[in-house]
Design a protein around this ligand. Structure first.
Ligand SMILES: Nc1ncnc2c1ncn2[C@@H]1O[C@H](COP(=O)(O)OP(=O)(O)OP(=O)(O)O)[C@@H](O)[C@H]1O
Ligand SMILES: [Mg+2]
Length: 251
């Protein structure tokens, strides 16, 4: 079952230097299946962020359509799209986007308060998430007093709090050292397997991508390769590296 489909997605930007325009995404077709744990890879400027922003409704394609959970998000007006995003989708960012004046737990609680949920049910739900992500002991600390990895796990709790069926993450390990990145990706795996949340992340780090069960490579505005991990595939990281070499680029 598909949870997300993109059909013939084109994103055109006008050049800063002349009157020309160019296509960052060039008629890309994609289908993400329910429960998948997928990565998008591609060199810097290949359009990973553009694509994720189009999926999550932050941005609109120039032409083409995106359907998520049966809803054509491209056709929604700005207001409805914002509501859909808030209610149905989860987002994780490279720089965490935590509010510095709130504790980790308060950060995670915020989206639920905005949805008008009752404090008591919120408390239990968010505590369970913090336990799952192994940051329950530090839930009352402020972002400045915890590690980068702990911040990203708190940001993941915030993304999970509204119980989304799909989470988009743009370079979620971009600000983590390799040890914290590995730990974080193991938690993402846990979320995927235990909570059955579909995860789609953009990364240019092959180690991060190797935790996923599918890697989609984009180049020249289209899908260049699309590979799936077989169970216990120890060579998946090598396959990713092979694809990156064949694809070329600067990463
Ligand atoms: N608002 C904009 N106006 C004009 N061009 C843009 C805009 N946003 C992005 N671009 C261009 O679109 C292309 C794709 O950018 P995008 O940020 O999606 O790439 P990316 O794959 O996420 O790169 P990175 O790995 O560096 O994060 C780049 O050439 C970028 O300069
Ligand atoms: Mg990007």
């Amino acid at each position: 079952m598909e949870i997300l489909t993109g059909i013939n997605i084109v994103k055109t930007y006008s050049s800063e230097f002349d009157d020309n325009s160019y296509n960052v995404l060039n008629g890309l077709d994609i289908a993400i299946h329910e429960g998948e744990f997928a990565a998008i890879m591609g060199s810097s400027g290949s359009g990973k962020t553009t694509l994720l922003n189009i999926f999550s409704g932050i941005d609109k394609p120039t032409t083409g359509e995106v359907e998520i959970m049966g809803v054509n998000v491209t056709n929604l007006n700005d207001n409805k799209r914002a509501i859909f995003r808030r209610e149905k989708l989860g987002m994780i960012f490279q720089d965490f986007n935590l509010l510095e004046d709130l504790t980790l737990k308060e950060n995670a609680v915020l989206p639920l308060l905005m949805q008008g949920k009752k404090q008591i049910s919120i408390d239990k739900e968010v505590d369970d998430l913090f336990k799952l992500m192994n940051i329950y002991d530090i839930k009352d600390k402020y972002p400045r007093n915890v590690s980068q990895g702990q911040k990203q796990r708190a940001a993941s709790c915030r993304a999970l709090a509204t119980n989304p069926r799909i989470i988009f993450a743009d370079e979620p390990t971009g600000n983590l050292d390799s040890k914290a990145a590995k730990k974080f990706m193991n938690y993402m795996k846990l979320i995927n397997s235990e909570r059955k949340v579909t995860l789609l992340l953009a990364t240019h780090d092959s180690l991060t991508a190797s935790y996923c069960s599918r890697v989609i490579f984009i180049k020249d505005g289209n899908i260049f390769a699309d590979i799936y991990k077989k169970e216990e595939d120890k060579r998946f990281n090598n396959k990713i590296l092979d694809c990156l070499v064949i694809m070329g680029g600067d990463d």
